[in-house]
Write a protein that binds this ligand. Structure first.
Ligand code: CMP
Length: 140
């Protein structure tokens, strides 16, 4: 299986509840390596660019407001099949539908305040990683 990278965000609902370490433990337990990580406050422009694909959705404004409401931790995760593996570790977008033991089942509050983001495909991961990290910040 190919070593791959994916992009992750630990969202404001999780940083507010001091869950960065608990979420990182689930990531590492699944065999993913955190090869870059930084805690930032996203600007409105960064959040709007990041979620541009959802611009026409009714929840877009709420989503952007939420993502800039507190600190987030942006990460690059590396491992076999990292994109799909991290989606499994996160669980379904709606925590009510997420499988037992997943990050969202254990920690998320709602479909909006769902604790983590993960890329949906390797191509998206490359774009998302480049939005927040330069190559020399990623140490595999
Ligand atoms: P994420 O994986 O970051 O990608 C898009 C986000 O939009 C998603 O997680 C949810 O947090 C958010 N989202 C999706 N559906 C809804 C919804 N119905 N209401 C509010 N936020 C939503």
């Amino acid at each position: 299986m190919a070593i791959e990278r994916t992009f992750s965000i630990i969202k404001p609902d999780a940083t507010a509840r001091n869950l960065t370490g608990a979420i990182n433990a689930l990531i590492e337990k699944a065999g993913l390596r955190i090869v870059a990580q930084k805690r930032i406050r996203m600007t409105r422009e960064q959040a709007e660019t990041f979620y541009a694909v959802h611009k026409a959705r009714p929840f877009f404004g709420e989503l952007v407001d939420f993502m800039i409401s507190g600190p987030v931790v942006v990460q690059v995760l590396e491992g076999d099949n990292a994109v799909l593996k991290y989606r499994d570790v996160m669980g379904a977008t709606d925590p009510a539908k997420a499988a037992d033991g997943t990050i969202r089942k254990v920690h998320a509050k709602s479909i909006g305040e769902n604790s983590v983001h993960g890329s949906d495909a390797p191509e998206t991961a490359a774009i998302e990683i480049a939005q927040f990290f330069s190559g020399n910040e990623i140490i595999g």
